[in-house]
Design a protein around this ligand. Structure first.
Ligand SMILES: Nc1ncnc2c1ncn2[C@@H]1O[C@H](COP(=O)(O)OP(=O)(O)OP(=O)(O)O)[C@@H](O)[C@H]1O
Length: 940
């Protein structure tokens, strides 16, 4: 790879050809569309010509921008490849994706998007360039697809070289323009997207040479293929397909991929990037102190100190400190060590549990050393995705993690976990695991961070070899770091708001005096000041008291005094109560009075802006600015934000959810038409009919459950009327199942129905509701597989194969296909078979219950393909849940006879589970769970 080097005088020269990625210095890369005959070529550069061509401007722009970003080198496709050299061109085509991927920055130069022109004519708002952006040629060209997807950092510039935004800040617009899903834009590994989806991204894109439409996809599929110009587009695509099939049909690779896809809950690299971006970027001067800190050095240099615990009060900069440490370790260790990390976030239920932490850490380890996936596959091949989700997930993940740490075989490994206090589920287990592993494996070093919580402190006391680094005890370093941060923030602010020196100095002085070593306080005040007109700054400064709580109080007071106080408080209460961050559209459906605003996103943004600095919007999702803001509302303002308790908010969410679902759910919402249309291939339409009701579909039962757990609540005084739920199930149940499938959430639906049955049983509701809920639960349990795989099967096989007396079948008989003339003969009532558990590959020969009747173990035997070996296995299930739970299985291979081991706590027989008598039956690969009527017990 050849790069361009900018001299001090602004001239540009080509470097040597770097052979080997490790030798290439950091560089920026240009993405643009070509102007026929006006691009500067390799030959031009060699001959010292080309400065008069229009394309030279782009080279100048790229060099200057790289310089501003502290990069000496940059790359431009027009002149860094010698296209007259056939071999070099072939090599470049196959390397291009990697070159974009490895670039420190990618600048997209949009020659057809101008800011000044539009400003002059329209007078004009910040986003006046957006219409031109949306129709820019850049989005219609073939090569620019990989230039959008491969680099981590993609920044967009107008023809004047003015910054318009980056891949993250313009995510929604790019998604709307290209239909490329947000996860792909956020850097999710492209192998996670199926072949058809990736091919579809090229639709509507053009290239000058037809064959390039296929060649420009090579990197996106991670394949190598020699270009052969002249073969024509059709042949090029045929060869591309063949190569894709060849690579992906390797059974090993395919299984590995599925295993990694199932393991992936989040990509912690994306979380890190998102956190840094939303916090305004990572400032080196504010974390560098740690590298020289004596405790940190003791941990990094010492053999014995394997666990570093960084602790401090809210907003002291722990998360950003860890981001900095990760960057430094990455730089320092390169590929000589493995580095994996995870950021816990209490407000996001995907990433606030101990299992999520282990999954995230494993994901990054496997990404760096793919051979490690074998340890996961040992269990995953048997259990599938349930391995990571069922009630035994923690046990299974611990075993896998331990195997991997052992296998790493002395390779240096760094594991970093931020914000343990935000690990809401199973923190004690996670702490014990960390302590134990940090003692056993000398090649593994851990960094964890948390607030000063006595519980964590108490538990960590047991870790003998830890180093404790308290931010409060390093006040001097933190104070200097905060001062750097203040300086940086105020300089930016002064530039943006055009402060004169006096105003700037006043702001600086106020922040220096009152920050008390708390980054977050500074960040919040500066955010406020962005909305304050320059001339009011002096007066406003006094309104920011020192300390986080007083500042939050002040922010609340501001809301209290505003015209929209009630609306803001409702919004704050809702955002504090939901189980995952919600989008603006979902917000409109859950707040009374905002229902009609789903299409007025700009006004919604304004409304969120009214909630002071408590909330922030990323993409189109609403978050608290910081976990401490949410905690403040619960601890210091709950009377005001939740005047009737949180139950009331749950209540409202349920009734609003029922409303929006009743309004939006209907048959074939995505226009799939074909009954067998695979769920995997379903793409969200641009105008997603579920956009406003997605959250409701998945969580309404959870909110119902949390409305008021007391069974003695008087039904009439309760907002939740039996009628609303009964009506919803009677009228919308089947559409809800389809929606769950479209949202890839059928398993959550099964759990919801089990929960709903328990809630209804525990309350003073009428019989009708209970009957219909029980029937609906049997319905989803019986047909979950079909509906999960093809959403429209809810109207075909599910209805046809339900018992003739099923309430749901009869309520929705109008939906049954009329083209099936000969209908299958089906029994009248639901069969006693409650559930079928699958997973074994041989005959299941033994089944037993645990003493507490909550668990079931099954055993099977099978011959190997060549019939020389007998394999026996056991499988563990949880009886109370509606999903197959099959982790914890141990496969044992024998040379001779079948030896099946069952732990002694299990005993054969029927059992009473949730007041029902349960029996079991077995077959090839399956275990059936039956409901046993007392007088039938012996018979079954
Ligand atoms: N090195 C840094 N570079 C840029 N911004 C920083 C840096 N350190 C802290 N900040 C700013 O301070 C704010 C608070 O920092 P951070 O979230 O890291 O605190 P924390 O100690 O992890 O808080 P908590 O314990 O409440 O989660 C961030 O949102 C960011 O705006």
């Amino acid at each position: 790879m050849r790069l361009l080097l900018r001299s001090d005088t602004g001239g540009v020269s080509l470097t040597q050809d770097f052979l080997g990625d490790d030798l290439i210095p950091p560089y920026a890369i240009l993405s643009h569309t070509w102007i026929e005959g006006q691009e500067v070529t390799f030959r031009d550069l060699m001959d010292g010509t080309g400065q008069n061509k229009a394309g030279y401007e782009k080279i100048r722009f790229c060099g200057q921008q790289a310089d501003r970003d502290g990069l000496q080198h940059f790359w431009v496709d027009t002149c860094c490849i010698d296209k007259s050299d056939h071999v070099e061109l072939q090599d470049a085509i196959n390397s291009m994706f990697r070159w974009y991927q490895n670039a420190a920055k990618c600048y997209v130069y949009l020659s057809d998007v101008s800011i000044t022109k539009r400003k002059a004519s329209s007078g004009c708002s910040e986003f006046a360039w957006e219409p031109a952006f949306r129709v820019s040629r850049w989005f219609n060209r073939g090569w620019t697809l990989q230039e959008l997807l491969a680099p981590r950092s993609v920044e967009f510039f107008s023809q004047e070289g003015k910054y318009l935004g980056n891949k993250r800040s313009l995510e929604q617009q790019i998604y709307q323009i290209t239909s490329i899903g947000v996860p792909a834009l956020q850097g999710s590994p492209l192998c996670n997207f199926d072949v058809e989806e990736r091919l579809s991204w090229m639709e509507g894109r053009r290239t000058t040479r037809k064959e390039d439409r296929a060649y420009s996809l090579l990197g996106i599929f991670g394949i190598y293929m020699l270009p052969n110009y002249g073969e024509g587009e059709e042949n090029a695509f045929r060869r591309l397909r063949e190569e894709i099939d060849r690579v992906s049909s390797g059974p090993q690779l395919k299984e590995d991929r599925i295993c990694i896809q199932n393991l992936r809950l989040t990509d912690p690299r994306n979380d890190k990037r998102r956190i840094e971006e939303t916090k305004g970027g990572l400032l080196k001067d504010s974390y560098r102190w740690i590298l020289e800190n004596s405790d940190f050095r003791r941990w990094s240099d010492g053999q014995q100190s394997r666990l570093l615990w960084i602790k401090g009060e809210p907003g002291k900069g722990k998360t950003m400190l860890l981001c900095g440490i990760i960057d430094e370790l990455n730089k320092l260790m390169g590929k000589t060590a493995l580095l994996s990390y995870f950021f816990c976030q209490a407000m996001d239920s995907r990433i606030n549990s101990a299992t999520a932490v282990l999954r995230g850490l494993l994901y990054l380890l496997v990404d760096q050393q793919p051979s490690l996936v074998l340890h996961i596959r040992k269990k995953h091949d048997h259990a599938g995705k349930a391995l990571f989700e069922d009630m035994n997930a923690w046990v299974a993940l611990c075993e896998i993690f331990t195997d991997i740490l052992q296998d790493l075989n002395q390779k240096s490994t760094y594991l970093i976990i931020d914000a343990l206090d935000e690990c809401v589920i199973d923190l004690p287990r996670l702490l014990d695991f960390i302590i134990q592993k940090s003692i056993v494996y000398p090649h593994v070093k851990w960094i964890i961070s948390s607030r000063n919580w006595p519980d964590i402190e108490g538990r960590l006391e047991r870790a003998g070899n830890k180093v404790r680094l308290s931010l409060e005890l390093n006040a001097e370093s933190v104070s200097t770091a905060v001062r750097s941060y203040v300086r940086h923030q105020v300089t930016q602010l002064a530039q943006e708001k055009k402060y004169d020196n006096k105003t700037r100095d006043a702001v600086l002085a106020h922040l220096f005096l009152n920050a008390h070593d708390t980054f977050l306080w500074v960040a919040l005040v500066c955010q406020h000041l962005r909305d304050v007109p320059r001339w009011k700054v002096f007066a406003k400064l006094k309104a920011f008291p020192p300390g986080l709580s007083p500042l939050y109080n002040r922010m609340l007071e501001h809301i209290r005094n505003s015209d929209d106080a009630d609306l803001c408080k409702h919004i704050l209460a809702l955002i504090a109560t939901v189980y995952r961050p919600i989008t603006l559209k979902e917000l409109t459906s859950l707040i009374k009075g905002l229902e009609d605003m789903a299409d007025d996103i700009e006004s919604l943004r304004e409304i969120i802006g009214l909630c002071g600095s408590f909330l922030t919007i990323q993409g189109d999702t609403v978050y608290f600015v910081h976990q401490s803001a949410k905690e403040f509302l619960f601890a210091n303002a709950s009377n005001e934000i939740f005047p009737s308790g949180t139950e009331e908010v749950h209540n409202t969410v349920v009734s609003q959810s029922l409303k929006i679902m009743s309004r939006t759910l209907q048959r074939d919402m995505y226009g799939l038409y074909a009954f067998g249309y695979p769920a995997k291939q379903v793409k969200r339409p641009d105008l997603d009919p579920l956009a406003a009701s997605r959250y409701s579909c998945i969580y309404w039962v959870d909110h119902l459950h949390d409305c008021n757990p007391s069974p003695s609540v008087n039904r009439t005084g309760h907002l939740l009327e039996e009628g609303a739920i009964t009506n919803f199930i009677k009228k919308k149940f089947l559409y809800w199942l389809e929606a769950l499938s479209l949202c890839k959430s059928v398993p959550q639906g099964v759990v919801s129905m089990t929960r709903l049955e328990a809630v209804v049983e525990g309350r003073i509701y009428g019989d009708t509701l209970l009957k219909v809920v029980r029937d609906a639960r049997r319905f989803i349990m019986s047909h979950k597989w079909a509906i999960e795989n093809s959403p429209l099967q809810a109207y075909v096989s599910a209805l046809l194969f339900s018992p003739t007396c099923s309430l749901i079948r009869n309520l929705f008989k109008r939906e049954k296909p009329d083209w099936i003339v000969i209908k299958p003969a089906i029994q009248e009532k639901w069969s006693p078979c409650l559930q079928t558990l699958e997973g074994h590959s041989g005959w299941v020969s033994s089944v037993a219950f645990s003493h507490d009747s909550t668990r079931l173990v099954s055993g099977s035997v099978a011959f190997s393909h060549d019939s020389t070996r007998l394999v026996s296995g056991s499988d563990d299930h949880n009886v109370n849940r509606g999903i197959h739970l099959s982790s914890n299985c141990r496969w044992i291979t024998y040379n001779s006879e079948n030896l099946l081991w069952l732990p002694s706590e299990y005993r054969p027989s029927c059992s009473t589970v949730s007041e029902k008598m349960i029996g079991t039956g077995t077959g090839h690969g399956r275990v059936w769970i039956y409901k046993v009527e007392r007088n039938e017990r012996n018979a079954s």
